[in-house]
Design a protein around this ligand. Structure first.
Ligand code: ASP
Ligand code: MG
Length: 420
């Protein structure tokens, strides 16, 4: 068995779906994980925001636009208007869920998952039906049932042991040799739908590869492979042929948009190689990520945007802030805030964190616990691995740099974001 993952960008239109068929080619014994088409998840997040604000008009308009763009793809694939009953049924269910009057702000995350999961349910249904139409027998797998996650919404982790028998039962002894399942979604022990965090489809694919003992996993992307920097920000970016698991985790954690940070562990545990391959050209080798790799010869630059710098100080000016670390971190964990960089002095603890809707709540809670908190927004975190003198001069110096943490090989810089 191999696992192939196709992201939203690669199935954003009919050409993309046809290309997916081409990439599958004669492969059999394949588990295909697919994301929501194009920017569907963003649109569904707006649907959710409309539900939160009880803005029925906005909800209806967003859903109508989603119906349209999926209908266009279907029409192009089938060369004419066709009604796919199961797609219609999902849209009807989405409408039903979003027009219910029992929205409860205390369960915002449960509602978020309930709504955004439709993106993958719909995309996989279209793709599974299209493959069948093109003469490729396949089985649609409902990952809400196949993957058991923890009882936590919006950023759930998969319970591998609990999921294994369920996912295997979907695959073993079936006559079909191609399976199509949704990325990004699972089901909690209480039966509600969960999601695995934005861009979580890579993680779904890695979990499937782990459970099914896949020989390899491939992520088909709209880039040639893993680059040493984002070419939109750093124009001299070059491709890296090989990476090892450890470096990849470091890169993903620093904000490289290669792969969802949780993807590597399930693969590493079973030593399954991960290929990052260009969707547009099956002949190109892409990048391979595995246990051992040749050393990376070029510096790697990763910019994580939309950061907030929190500086926390104990109000009684206590010099033993360390004793309070556990309390601070468990409070942040409660609000799902992850520190991307930690820097401490005698009386201050500075944290660079992702900007999120929970930060102000967390800051209030910290203040109630007796801390002074300074919050500075519009920051970014730049990581340079294998820095040179030139890169140091260029990025680690200057008035926009607030924090700079360096080891022999890596420097991490918290800096004010450039004005847009
Ligand atoms: N559709 C989800 C998202 O856009 C998951 C994914 O693409 O991996 O975040
Ligand atoms: Mg996506």
């Amino acid at each position: 068995m191999k696992v192939y993952k196709f992201g939203g960008a690669s199935v954003r239109n009919a050409d993309g779906v046809r290309n997916l068929l081409k990439i599958i080619g004669d492969e059999r014994d394949l588990f295909v994980i697919v994301s929501a088409m194009g920017k569907t998840t963003n649109a569904l997040e707006r649907v959710f925001a409309g539900v939160q604000q009880a803005d029925r008009q906005a909800v209806a308009a967003e859903i109508a636009a989603l119906r349209d763009c999926h209908a266009t793809i279907i029409e192009e694939l089938w060369h004419g208007p066709v009604r796919l009953e199961r797609v219609e049924a999902f849209f009807a269910e989405l409408e039903e869920v979003t027009s219910r009057s029992d929205y409860n702000p205390e369960d915002a995350e449960l509602w978020y998952d309930r709504i955004v999961a439709f993106g993958e349910l719909i995309s996989t249904t279209i793709i599974s039906e299209y493959l069948a139409y093109a003469g490729v027998p396949n089985r649609w797998v409902d990952m809400r049932r196949a993957l058991v996650t923890e009882q936590r919404h919006k950023d759930a982790e998969v319970d591998l042991a609990a999921s294994a028998p369920r996912l295997r039962a979907e695959v073993e002894g079936r006559p079909e040799r191609i399976f199509v399942g949704q990325g990004f979604i699972g089901g909690a022990p209480d039966g509600t739908t969960t999601t695995l965090g934005r861009e979580g489809s890579d993680y779904s694919a890695a979990v499937a590869a782990h459970i099914l003992d896949a020989e390899s996993m491939a992520v088909w992307k709209d880039v040639d492979g893993v680059l040493n920097a984002d070419p939109k920000i750093f124009p001299d970016a070059v491709q890296i042929a090989e990476l090892n698991y450890l470096d990849t985790i470091e890169l993903a954690y620093s904000g490289a948009q290669i792969i969802h940070p949780r993807t590597i562990k399930p693969l590493q545990n079973k030593n399954i190689p991960l290929y990052v391959r260009p969707f547009g050209d099956k002949r190109k080798p892409g990048t391979v990520i595995r246990g051992v790799s040749a050393p990376v010869e070029v510096p790697i630059l990763i910019l994580k945007k939309d950061q907030v710098l929190l500086t926390i100080r104990s109000r009684d000016f206590s010099f033993v802030l360390e004793e309070k670390f556990a309390a601070i971190f468990s409070l942040l964990e409660r609000y799902r805030i992850k520190a991307n960089l930690v820097h401490n002095s005698a009386v201050n603890l500075s944290l660079c964190v992702d900007d999120s809707w929970h930060i102000d709540q967390a800051v209030d809670a910290l203040r109630k616990e007796g801390f002074d908190v300074l919050k500075i927004g519009r920051m970014e975190l730049l990581t340079v691995r294998g820095y040179t003198d030139g890169l140091w001069q260029r990025y680690a110096c200057g008035p926009q740099v607030f924090i700079r943490q360096a080891t022999q090989s890596t420097v991490r810089i918290v800096r004010k974001a450039e004005a847009k």
